[in-house]
Design a protein around this ligand. Sequence first.
Ligand code: NAP
Length: 267
Amino acid sequence: MPAPDRRPVALVTGPTSGIGESFARRLAAEGHDLVLVSRDRGRLDALAASLAARHEVACEVLPADLSRREDVLRVAERLRDDERPVDLLVNNAGLGVNQRFVGGDLDAELRQLDVLATAVLVLCHAAAPGMVARGRGAVVNVSSVAGFGPMGSYSAAKAWCTSFTEHLAATLRGTGVTATALCPGFVRTEFHSRAGMDVGARTSGWWLDSDDLVEDCLADVRRGRVLSVPSRRYTALVALLALLPPGGYRARLLSAGRRRTGTSRHD
Ligand SMILES: NC(=O)c1ccc[n+]([C@@H]2O[C@H](COP(=O)([O-])OP(=O)(O)OC[C@H]3O[C@@H](n4cnc5c(N)ncnc54)[C@H](OP(=O)(O)O)[C@@H]3O)[C@@H](O)[C@H]2O)c1
């Protein structure tokens, strides 16, 4: 993304902790003005004040609950404002619903899907036309390695996020605008404690540092990479999952169905 003739502006969702906070801190250190979007006004204000004082950048605070359609549309409006263009959109806000799907709380499932998928779709839809018209810009959608396998409604939403970002990147090819899906594994943030998840000792050795993965991701964005998978270990895991031969789980599901039902009416 070539440097604009003004300070570049990044809009980051979910900057009040974890990966989003690492994005906000890194981008401010690199000289971006910021638009900070999440629910916790107190934490947004404190972050904005600290980044503005430390890096002499402008920080705008836009409190919004991205599970609420009217709030998402307000953020979309900010992204469409051609007078104050946004050069980098980081769709990072997220949560995990820690419950069994069958018999679980439907509202919690819908909130998760709205933040992880609907808000991402609406904000990309709002940001992309202005970026294309300006001939520069980038979108980062924070997805997950969980999206590469069937592990519940969270992983299904992340599979959507990765697939959608791949499609967006293909659509944007040749426009000067890029789209990147960041697919981390376990990262030390507030994510698991907020969800009340105990991920256990078996995961030790698999944890990533959010500052490191953000630094690597922004390097991938500059290279125009569509997929950013941090660490050799997770890259190998994702490559392995992608390369599974026709013995992969979908092929097994298909052949299992065929064995039970015999030929179909369409054969
Ligand atoms: N940690 C991991 O192991 C891991 C692995 C792979 C992918 N990810 C993904 O990484 C992203 C960031 O997660 P994290 O690990 O940094 O978690 P985190 O520390 O819990 O941070 C989540 C951020 O999302 C914001 N947020 C949550 N619900 C929101 C809502 N309804 N509206 C607006 N903002 C909301 C929170 O801000 P407020 O509370 O201020 O609203 C917070 O800033 C998520 O998309 C997550 O799925 C995490």
